[in-house]
Write a protein that binds this ligand. Sequence first.
Ligand code: ATP
Length: 640
Amino acid sequence: MALPALATDADEVGSNATTSALPASIMESLAPLFGGQFSHLLKVFMVAGKMIGDRLNLDPTYILTSFGIIWAVHRGGRQLSRTASGLVDQYLRSYVSISSHDELYLHMIRFLGAQPKLAGSLSLTAETISKTAWEEQDDYGLAPTMMPVDGYGDYLNFSNQKAKAPPRFVPAPSLHDFQYCGKNFRLQRSKESNSNALIIPHFKDRETLVISCFGRSPEPIKSLLRHVKEQFYLDHHAKTVVKRPTSHGGGHMHESFSARHSWMLVANRPVRPMKTVVLDDDRKKQLLDDINECLHPDTPRWYASRGIPLRRGYLFYGPPGTGKTSLSFALAGVFGLDIYVISLLEPSLTEDNLATLFNSLPRRCVVLLEDIDTAGLSRPPDAITPKCRTTRSVNEGQGSSGENKGGSSKNNESTEESNGDSAREVRSVPKSQGANGTVKQGISLSGLLNAIDGVASQEGRVLIMTTNKPETLDEALIRPGRVDMQIAFTNASQKQAEELFKRMYEADGTEEQKQLAAQCLKADGATTKTQPSGHHLQKQSPDIDGKSTKLKENGKEVASSSEAAVVKDEKQGITPAELSTIAKEFADKIPSSMIISPAEIQGFLLKRKRSPRRALAEVGDWVADIIIQKKNRTKISQVQ
Ligand SMILES: Nc1ncnc2c1ncn2[C@@H]1O[C@H](COP(=O)(O)OP(=O)(O)OP(=O)(O)O)[C@@H](O)[C@H]1O
C-alpha cells in the first residue's frame, strides 16, 4: 500500500528537480521494460538516491550510475568466472561417469557415505540401511533385549535394534567436493527422472555419478575407483555373490511395455564349504576337475584352435532336497565365482530377456537354471515332426562342438515355424493364462536353447541345470554340448546319513569347543559306555542332581531317555570318538532303501542341534513315522 504513495512522491520529486530530470526520464523509459514490480523498486531506489544525494549534496545520477557500474562489474565478473571455469572444466578436468545400472555405482555410494567430508555436507540423502541375514554381525552395537512372554519365559526381542538403527547418509543429487589420498575430487550426482513413471511404476529413475578431478589424466579417478571396488570386496573373499534377474518396467498390468531385465545382486552369502555337501567323493572330484579344466587360463586357446565354444553344462538331477542347489553354491564358492540364478517360471521373463541376460553374463560365472522340468519346456510328442527330428539330429551330429549352435537353433526355429501348426507347438507349452486374463510370456524350448547357445553367450561360463524329473526333459536340451556331465543325486544312504550327523555335531574348531571336547575326554571314562547298536541307551546315566536315571529301550522309560540324553549332552558335550560311534548308530536306524532325503534328515537334526544323543534316542520313532507318511502319501508328520 505504501508503494503507490512513494511512487507519487518520486514523480513529484522527479518533476521538480532540475538535476533529476534525467533520473525521471530514465525511470519512465525503464519502467515499461521491467514490469510493475521492478518499476516500483526503481522508484524507491530513485527516491532513496535523491534523499542520499540531497544529504551528501551529490547528484543522484552519479549515485545511480555508480550502482549501475558496480552491478555491471559484478555480473560481468560472474559471467567471466563462469566462462573461465567452463573452459577449465572442459579442457583441464578429467571425468568418469558411473550409471546406477552398474554395480560400481553401489560400491561408490557406499564409499561416499563413509567419507567424513561428505558426511558433513549440507545436502544429503538419507537411506534406511537394509542388511541381509549374512550382514547382521554388527547390529549397531546393540544387543537384542530379552522380553518375558506371558509366563513362557524370556525371549529375544529385536525391536530396539530396528528403532535405533541409524539411517545411512549419502550425498544428495548435486555437486560435492571430497578428498582421497590428498587429492581433490568433485562429485556430481544427478537423477534422470522416468517420464513414464505413471505408466510404468516399476521403472526406476536412472542416476549418474560423475567423478572429476583437476588435470588432463583420469588416472587419479581410476585409482580411486579401483580402491572403492577393493574396499567393497574386502570382506567378500569368503562370500558368494548371488544375482538374479530384475525387471525394469513392464509387468502384468502393462503388457504393451515389455519389462527389461538385468542382473541384480540379491545376496552375498558365506561360501558353502564343499565338504558340507554330502555326495560321493569321486563324483565331487570328477566335477571339480572338469570345471577346473574349463576355467583354466590356457583352456580358451585350446578350444579356440579347434573351433569349439568354451562352455560347460551340467545336469544335476534327483529327488527334492538331495543337494543339487547346495552343490551349485559350493562350486561357486570353490572357484570364487558369482552365481547367477534364473527361474524360468518368472512370469515377466520373455525369450528376448533371457537372451539378453545370457549375453550380459560375465566371462566366468556359474549360471544356475533351477527346476527346468517345472517350466514346461518339454516338446509335446506329437509336435516332433520328421523335419524337427532331422534338424535335431543334425545338431547332434555336430557333437559337443556346438559350433554355430546359436545360429542352428535359430534355424531350427524358423524351419519348425515354416513347417506348419504342429511344429509351432514346440514353442507354446509355458504360455499360460494369468489370473487377470493376461497371457504370461513364458519361455519356449527353442527360446531357451537360443539363450544357452547364443553366439554372444559368454565363454567360460558354467551352466548348471537342476531337475527332479530328468525323464521329462527334451533330449535337445540335454544333448552333449549343452549338458556335458550329468550328476545323479539320491535320497540319503546310511553312509550319507552318518556324514550328515557328524557334520551337524562336529566341533567347528573354536576355542570354546576345543575346551569342551577336552572336558569331555576327562569326564568320559566315568560316564560314557555306549552299548553296541540297538542297545545304546541301556546304561546308567547321571542326571543333573548327580542321581542316576535308569533308561530302558522299551516301555515307559523310553520317553525319558531323550530327556536324559539332552541332560547328558548339555552337561558333557561330546568327544569326537563318541560322535563317530553315535553317528554310526544313528545311520543304522536310517532305512537302507534310501527313502529319506538329506534335507529331511537335516531338518530332523536341526530340531535337536544341541543334542546328538537326543537325536539318536528319537530317530527310531521319526523314521517309523516317515515310512508311514510315504506309504500313505500323507504330508502330515506326527513326529517332528
Ligand atoms: N547331499 C546333501 N548334503 C548336505 N546337505 C544337503 C544335501 N542334500 C540336501 N541338503 C540340505 O537340504 C537342504 C535342501 O537342499 P538343496 O536345496 O540343495 O536340495 P535340492 O536338491 O536343490 O532340492 P530341490 O530339488 O527341491 O531344489 C539344504 O539346506 C541342504 O543343506
